[in-house]
Design a protein around this ligand. Structure first.
Ligand SMILES: *[C@@H]1O[C@H](CO)[C@@H](O)[C@H](O)[C@H]1NC(C)=O
Length: 622
């Protein structure tokens, strides 16, 4: 996705604001040392995913070679750490344009207990991730559908468990190909990194250097201690790709046709739906209104019927106005966060060359838009007739963050116990808490007071002092049933794109179809609003006037389907081996469903609120 031409004048300012380190080109002279960094070991998505846990490269159980003086941490952005990157130095000795074969990294010794640990990780398809000049190591692959060649940056296999059924081979030799682009005879840039690992039994008795060309693979024995060499070869390959386009090979959108197909499909469904709803509502409502008003003129003693009957009730304060306004405030907060992040992504700022930039931008947006949450919550609460604004301020700014932090903290505990490196370090947790407490909460309070200054929306109709009886209604208008029914359409509009998001998330690949994602988001929001308004109309026609919470539930109904889909995905596409992975998966699934519930619910409630105001503002009541 390229920045749109008319936004070009804006770019310089925006780019400097988000110019993260690591994205400036670096020229190397021939023979200049190129640093190689190692990242965590992550499970690879081949046919099935076996684990969600990542492991530190220098986890002592792996016995990988360490640089002299021990590995050193590299500075990373907050988002990159939150997304699980742990980048450290390595002992590779690579110099620009200097090919070498069979260099020794080190001689390693793996005791039998750790051999079992490593073999288990090989069976779970773990991959190693090197970072050279900011580029992740990849493998050339061919898209089986389109035949295009692309770089798959999932990492490369720790080992191979297809060779012998009961003992997998360990990849202890890496053939590294570095593609370079020459600017002139003195300046060379790295534009691609390919790594092909293989397993070789390179230890020869009586020799003190390894033989990388033996055809015997190397197996780790779980009964004895193991001695092995880690080796690598380097080849520099000239390339025509200029530095500015070096990421294009990585950003492969799988099946663009399916994206388009799903998008057009949901657009058709949605336009049809909106057209139908608009027609039905417009025709019946204008008929209703003219009839209501005509009856009044004729001074007929005929009874009111349908939705007009409940005119004295629709603006009655719902149960738990406090919780409702907090949910709506939080939902709007999250909606804005998603929209702004998506816009940044569309403009091309969240390119994968800035590691973790997506998470960083999400975090910044979440911090800043606290004010919107406060504002919306204040106006919703006062419009509903709530008076306890002090508790409302406090709940708005802390309820949802506390729930989220508790869930993430709990999952983090699990990771710590599994001694996996996905656990967020203490310093990062502290930084996020400070962002929340020192910036987000004060902004939310400022927004709240601003919202109080603007005051409540006026209700077009007075509320009756005595509540009406509610007649029995059909099953599909009960709160839970209507929410589940109403959620089908927004979910249906989203789910193909959701599949892609999930597979790139689990495949450790950069998701790059942000244009599709943005359109899908808009379509889903429109569907959610329409469906909620439609259901609220049915509910009011059934003389059920407690529509506030129902509109929120119907709007959030897609989260039920999201959760169900997540369970299906787990059962059919993943085969998570460890308990920790399963807990992690369901914890995050729950969190995503909760986000979706709040976002959808707020869209549903806000759309219904304004629709109801319009509706009852247009009839005459004595
Ligand atoms: C390094 O190896 C590659 C591939 O084997 C070859 O194309 C290239 O010419 C070699 N470069 C040098 C400087 O020998």
């Amino acid at each position: 996705m390229r920045p749109l031409p008319f936004l070009l004048p804006l770019l310089p300012t925006l780019i400097t604001a988000f110019y993260l380190p690591g994205s400036a080109p670096r020229d190397y002279a021939p023979g200049e040392r190129i640093d190689v960094f190692v990242n965590t070991l992550t499970p690879m998505l081949n046919s099935k995913l076996h684990s969600l846990i990542s492991h530190d490269y220098y986890d002592p159980r792996f016995h990988f070679c360490q640089p002299e003086g021990g590995p050193k941490k590299q500075p990373e952005s907050l988002g990159s750490i939150l997304f699980g990157d742990r980048i450290l130095t390595s002992p590779y000795d690579i110099k620009m344009l200097e090919n070498s074969t069979c260099q020794t990294l080190c001689r390693s010794n793996v005791p039998r207990d750790d051999a079992k640990f490593i073999n288990d990780r090989i069976r779970e398809d773990y991959g190693l991730n090197l970072i050279i000049d900011g580029l992740p190591s990849g493998e050339m692959k061919r898209d089986s559908k389109t035949g295009e060649i692309f770089l798959d940056a999932q990492g490369f296999n720790l080992g191979d468990d297809d060779t012998l059924p009961d003992s997998p081979s360990l990849n202890n030799h890496y053939d590294i190909f570095i593609q370079y682009h020459s600017r002139d005879y003195q300046h060379f840039r790295v534009v691609g990194v390919l790594v092909y690992p293989r397993s070789v039994d390179s230890m020869i008795i009586g020799e003190d250097s390894p033989d990388c060309f033996s055809d015997k693979p190397f197996y780790l024995s779980e009964n004895n201690d193991n001695q092995l060499y880690y080796t690598y070869s380097i080849s520099f390959i000239p390339s025509e790709i200029p530095w500015g386009l070096r990421w294009d090979m990585y950003l492969h959108v799988f099946d663009p046709k399916i994206h388009w197909f799903s998008l057009i499909n949901s657009l058709v469904i949605v336009s049809f739906l909106i057209f139908m709803v608009a027609m039905i509502l417009y025709r019946t409502i204008s008929k209703d209104i003219s009839r209501y008003n005509a009856i009044d003129l004729a001074e007929d003693v005929q009874e009111d019927y349908g939705w007009k009957l409940v005119h004295g009730e629709v603006f009655r304060m719902p149960n738990r106005p406090m919780l409702l306004s907090v949910c709506v405030g939080t939902g709007t907060h999250l909606i804005l966060m998603c929209i702004v992040t998506l816009i940044f992504a569309l403009l091309g700022f969240l390119s994968p060359s800035n590691r973790g930039s997506l998470a960083t931008v999400l975090l910044i947006c979440w911090t800043i838009f606290g004010c919107v949450g406060g504002y919306t919550s204040a106006r919703t609460y006062s419009s509903l007739g709530g008076e306890n604004w002090k508790s409302n301020i406090v709940l708005t700014s802390i309820l949802f963050p506390i729930v989220t932090f508790s869930i993430i903290g709990l999952l983090n505990l699990f990771l710590v116990f599994a001694s996996a490196s996905g656990a967020v370090p203490f310093g990062t947790i502290l930084a996020v808490l400070l962002l929340w407490f020192l910036i987000s909460v004060p902004l939310s309070i400022v927004g709240y007071f601003y919202g109080m200054k603007h005051g409540p929306f006026s209700n077009p109709i007075r509320t009756h002092p005595i509540p009406r009886q509610i007649p029995p209604k059909p099953w599909y208008l009960e709160p839970i049933q209507s929410a589940i029914l109403g959620g089908i359409l927004p979910f249906g509009a989203a789910f193909v794109e959701l599949y892609f998001v999930l597979s790139s998330l689990f495949g450790n690949r950069a998701y790059y179809a942000f244009g599709f994602l943005f359109l899908t988001f808009s379509v889903v929001a429109l569907t959610t609003a329409t469906v909620s308004v439609l259901f609220v109309y049915f509910i009011l026609c059934a003389e059920e006037y407690r529509w506030h919470w129902r509109s929120f539930l119907i709007g959030g109904g897609s989260s039920f389907w999201l959760f169900a889909y997540g369970v299906w995905y787990w059962a059919s596409r993943l085969s998570l081996d460890s308990f920790t992975s399963v807990v992690l998966y369901f914890g995050y699934l729950f969190l995503f469903s909760l986000l979706d519930f709040l976002i959808g619910g707020s869209i549903g409630f806000i759309a219904s609120y304004f629709a109801v105001r319009r509706l009852y503002g247009s009839i005459r009541v004595d």
